[in-house]
Ligand binder design. Sequence first.
Ligand code: 4NP
Length: 154
Amino acid sequence: MSHSVLFVCLGNICRSPLAEAALRHECARAGLDVVIDSAGTGDWHAGQPADERAQAVAARNGVDIGHLRARQVTASDFRDFDHIIALDNDNLRDLIAIRPARATAKLSLLFDHVPGREGEDVADPYYGRDNAFDQTWAEVTEAATTIRKWLETA
Ligand code: 4NP
């Protein structure tokens, strides 16, 4: 059975596109069929490509995310996806606040999938230095590995 996963951050231009790219890369390597998308709780960047620094770190790691365009999470996402994974605790709180009564998607925090890092946030690199994006990539890549293994057995 194939799974579907939606990653959600605030703007959908830095962290969640990288999480989407990392899991897509990981599932392709493992031959696992998973529908993967990302969205933001906010709509300020809707329609825009990912932040250039996010595009650059993905490209350095062999993944092209130039085609991605930001969008805001919608009510239907809560039924269309099996899993909605928040990048930080604020995103998770915001998702819980807007979750429709008939939602079927299971909500979780990205780092709750990584043993030893439960409850942690993926820090927002938007206002950080350029190497903040390398740290984001390392974090979402670590999570993608454990999420892929979890999906394989789920
Ligand atoms: P993201 O980063 O949530 O990882 O996409 C942000 C991007 C833009 C803004 C905040 C966070 N912003 O306030 O415009």
